[in-house]
Design a protein around this ligand. Sequence first.
Ligand SMILES: NC(=O)C1=CN([C@@H]2O[C@H](COP(=O)(O)OP(=O)(O)OC[C@H]3O[C@@H](n4cnc5c(N)ncnc54)[C@H](O)[C@@H]3O)[C@@H](O)[C@H]2O)C=CC1
Ligand SMILES: N[C@@H](CCC(=O)N[C@@H](CSC=O)C(=O)NCC(=O)O)C(=O)O
Ligand SMILES: [Zn+2]
Ligand SMILES: [Zn+2]
Length: 379
Amino acid sequence: MATQGRVITCKAAVAWEPSKPLTIEDVQVAPPQAGEVRVKILYTALCHTDAYTWSGQDPEGLFPCILGHEAAGVVESVGEGVTEVQPGDHVIPCYQAECRECKFCKSGKTNLCGKVRSATGVGVMLSDRKSRFSINGKPIYHFMGTSTFSQYTVVHDVSVAKIDPKAPLEKVCLLGCGVPTGLGAVWNTAKVEPGSNVAIFGLGTIGLAVAEGAKAAGASRIIGIDLNSKKFDIAKNFGVTEFINPKDHEKPIQQVIVDLTDGGVDYSFECIGNVSVMRSALECCHKGWGTSIIVGVAGSGQEISTRPFQLVTGRVWKGTAFGGFKSRSQVPMLVDKYMKKEIKIDEYITHKLTLAEINQAFDLLHEGGCLRCVLAVDV
Ligand SMILES: NC(=O)C1=CN([C@@H]2O[C@H](COP(=O)(O)OP(=O)(O)OC[C@H]3O[C@@H](n4cnc5c(N)ncnc54)[C@H](O)[C@@H]3O)[C@@H](O)[C@H]2O)C=CC1
Ligand SMILES: N[C@@H](CCC(=O)N[C@@H](CSC=O)C(=O)NCC(=O)O)C(=O)O
Ligand SMILES: [Zn+2]
Ligand SMILES: [Zn+2]
């Protein structure tokens, strides 16, 4: 039976309250309105940002909601005025929109887009400030404008990238967040030059993608720092050349790195979300030019600090969202790079489960051996 124009009832994992196990529910998904796209999600991975919001630490977290933002699927139907995708197109939902018209998009200075952010930050769609998800009439909030822990979702047309239909969706779903974030932090935000020294704090998917990007950029020393020493074995495969476990040192970790690198690294990346590590990451940078990129997302109420002298003497503190990539324009290019074997994806996928097993997948996220767990959604 044709579903276009009708409400679809499908399975979704609903987060009812912070930290309470998600439950698989029959959810009603309304048809897309003007400028919206309804997508059948086939595969979704879990990102630590989903766990962060679920834990209640996200100041923008709203409940009940449908989490998830690293996914791939097929367009089921489109609303009025949608021209760039059509039913049957293979797509990756993009939590960072790209409208190409707002002052952010036109600035050429950022990948942030202002068109739908005020709505996605409060769990609704822009046109009527309402949710397209409900359970027996009770609205369920959207999350990050994507809500991919559902067999069907509705996204803004500026938040969906059309990709090569030949690309395996169970792999390229990772291009919705983690892998581009790490690669782009190096290529777009830091712009690491050949021969640079790099320090990466946190060797999860994001830190490993930073390592992959730094290796591709020609960095000569890539120092990985993690509290879990088992990470070094896997990190070598992504380009990490040296490993430091802060637990093995009495001196502050920034001092250890400064001593090891003749004054500090050219670039550092914080890929954990810990504000005290963010300070170490800045302070391990070389005087005069060292640049530190904050990638990790810190909890509500957390603040960063350092002595202003650190910046007066030439260190630079920056942050990155989605690695600075313009989503709709550049995600298809990343898919093509994967298809040409120019970037890794398979190596980040350590576990595969189904949507029904999502709570097990969240448990796995907190285990040192899990990078990305991909869920088959349509089963
Ligand atoms: N800015 C952005 O656009 C994005 C940010 N993120 C954020 O990036 C961060 C990292 O994400 P994942 O790699 O998925 O996380 P993850 O949890 O897999 O990796 C974090 C790593 O840091 C290590 N670690 C924890 N505390 C540490 C400490 N004090 N010192 C050294 N190592 C420590 C852990 O052992 C782990 O290996 C999260 O905060 C996530 O929310 C994720 C995606 C996009
Ligand atoms: N909601 C949080 C902020 C969360 C955050 O910083 N998100 C990152 C992406 S994390 C992906 O896994 C981001 O890109 N932020 C830019 C944005 O526009 O949201 C809070 O309020 O602190
Ligand atoms: Zn993410
Ligand atoms: Zn825009």
